[in-house]
Design a protein around this ligand. Structure first.
Ligand code: NAI
Length: 549
């Protein structure tokens, strides 16, 4: 697959060229291009380079007074001039990632029907049952590498957003391109409109989806099955990433399809990989081994259980028997410590329900289990109290504390609290970004366990290797690779993840690691290239203007 969009297709001419975001360079067209492509006179005379154009965009971007306005501005640039959009996004990733993705994308989804301008991606609704293949054939690209699909039922921490949830697949795919260089023409965002149970939306005259409640049971499963089959037929090379499905469907769909088609769920597996990487890096600081840890999870949903399961697989890979491997992870959910004799222990929690006395609260559980690592994935703000962090510090010289809940307002504690209450000893990471903290003259830079460290590289590696499946081993290798690229300098500042401005390099190494697994596990028909990293890099899309004549 080529790294440049539609390189082999005919370039449009005249006004169509300026209206086509893939080809448009705006004032960047040279004098000769303007003459030969029939756009002379359709642009102001002065010719600007890409970097000169970027100055204008950044100036306007920074003048916007709200993050939502910044989001709308960037999306309209994407709709006008894709190359310039990605150039600017990549060069300003720290500043712009929170706009094109969390947290601003959450607000954009909530207001999607109000800010809607131009469609992007595909919408498939209950009306389209029986015709999904035909709809996929309407997509203008011959090849698709990544499909990100949602049914909008659990958008970030915002619940059911129905069709408005389309902002998430669009945002995620933007990150595939910005963070790993997956070419935009290989990316397809899809919204499955199976209805919504959000009564506000059902009353909203501007709502863009169908006005009915969600499909359930067999009807829902048949809908998804037709969709998966249609993708297999129309775009057999595409990887399907399930995104922001409800807890109820996310595990089920993953279990049903993970061994049948090339797919994964980022909320479960991507989160697990990025958290596991943070754990591996913490072990570099505490100089201890994974098998010797006790991990207490606060929250036993998609994120928490996904991490716990990948930890088990990582230990099994290291040679630990599975029953032993399960014993290192413990869960506290909304009903207290998950133990064998407790009622209301769902199927996915059962492997972690150990024979052990029950504790009602998190603090009791910490006293009882004495975990070395505490991971919050509960969506409950301020639950890692001073007592909790101080108790973790009593039992550990360097307690590992990850407060992963998003958005910032839901974080189990802030970075400042974690450092202050542990007297600067906590190894801290969070789901949402926090500013640096200075304590007793030392500055700590908290790491953000952003899934964007992992999923773009996994997608790139899977596309290049043409793997038939995405396996847990790939997520473990991705975690190890990400951890490897955390420098000693990062560690000294307390960061367990590399700086975001290195993300494209790190993604290439993750892609290499993922592809290596595909070759070693016979998951591809392709032969492993001699210089795999070079091949990976040759697929990376660079948003630079090149001459069309
Ligand atoms: P979920 O809804 O599947 O799970 C939430 C879990 O928290 C459930 O097990 C629930 O029982 C538990 N819980 C709720 N109230 C509780 C309480 N008072 N005490 C103890 N446990 C309680 O949600 P999911 O997908 O697992 O996400 C959880 C959080 O993690 C969200 O805030 C999400 O934004 C965040 N997250 C962060 C990621 C990252 O940092 N990379 C990636 C994915 C999710």
């Amino acid at each position: 697959m080529s790294d440049q969009p539609n390189k082999n297709k005919n370039i449009p001419t005249g006004i169509h060229l300026l209206q086509n975001p893939v080809w448009n360079k705006g004032t960047g067209f040279s004098k000769e291009e303007r003459e030969q492509l029939n756009i002379r006179g359709l642009l102001p005379p002065r010719i600007f380079s890409e970097s000169e154009q970027a100055l204008r965009i950044i100036e306007n971007f920074r003048k916007k007074t709200t993050d939502l306005e910044k989001y709308i501005y960037l999306i309209s640039l994407q709709d006008r001039n894709e190359t310039l959009f990605y150039r600017i996004l990549i060069d300003n990733i720290d500043e712009m990632m929170p706009i094109v993705y969390t947290p601003t994308v959450g607000e954009a989804c909530q207001k999607f029907d109000h800010i809607f301008r131009r469609p992007r991606g595909l919408y498939i609704s209950t009306e389209d049952r029986g015709s999904m293949k035909k709809i996929l054939q309407n997509w203008p690209e011959e090849k698709v590498g990544m499909v990100v699909v949602t049914d909008g039922e659990r958008i970030l921490g915002l619940g059911d957003q129905g069709t408005n949830g389309m902002g998430i697949p669009i945002g995620k795919l933007t990150l595939y391109t910005a963070c790993a260089g997956v070419s935009p023409h290989l990316c397809l965002p899809i919204m499955l409109d199976v209805g919504t149970n959000n009564e506000e939306l059902l009353k909203n005259p501007l709502y863009l989806g169908e006005f009915h409640h969600r499909l359930y049971g067999e009807e829902y499963d048949d809908f998804i099955e037709e969709f998966v089959q249609a993708v297999q037929e129309v775009y057999p090379e595409a990887i399907i990433q399930f995104e922001d499905f409800s807890n109820r469907n996310a595990f089920r769909l993953l279990e049903k399809y993970r061994d049948k088609v090339c797919c994964f769920n980022d909320d479960i597996q991507g989160t697990a990989s990025v958290a596991l990487s943070g754990i591996f890096t913490s072990l570099r600081i505490t100089k201890s081994k994974l098998k010797d840890q006790k991990i207490l999870f606060f929250g036993a949903g998609e994120a928490g259980l996904g991490i716990g399961s990948l930890v088990v697989n990582a230990l099994v890979k290291e040679g630990v028997p599975i029953d032993e491997a399960r014993k290192i992870s413990w869960y506290v959910d909304s009903r207290g410590l998950v133990v064998k004799d407790r009622k209301n222990v769902t199927k996915h929690k059962k492997p972690f329900a150990h024979e052990h006395p029950f504790s009602e609260t998190l603090l009791e559980a910490i006293h009882d289990i004495k975990p070395t690592i505490l991971i919050g994935a509960s969506g409950q703000a301020q639950t890692f109290t001073q007592d909790v962090i101080e108790t973790m510090s009593v039992y550990n010289e360097r307690p590992v504390i990850f407060a992963l809940s998003n958005p910032t307002s839901k974080s189990e504690c802030t970075a400042e609290q974690a450092y202050q209450w542990s007297n600067g000893n906590a190894i801290f990471a969070s789901g949402s970004p926090f500013d640096s903290v200075t304590l007793n003259g030392k500055t700590f830079v908290p790491g953000q366990g952003n899934n964007a460290y992992v999923f773009p590289g996994i997608g790139l590696g899977a596309i290049v290797s043409e793997t038939r499946r995405i396996t847990d081993e790939m997520f473990i290798e991705a975690a190890l690779t990400l951890s490897k690229y955390v420098t000693e300098e990062d560690l000294a500042k307390g960061r367990v993840y590399p700086a975001l401005d290195r993300i494209r390099d790190v993604s290439a190494y993750i892609a290499e690691a993922v592809a290596r697994v595909a070759y070693a596990s016979d998951l591809t028909e392709q032969e492993k290239p001699r210089d795999l990293l070079k091949v990976i890099k040759s697929h990376i899309y660079e948003p630079n203007y090149y001459s069309y004549i």
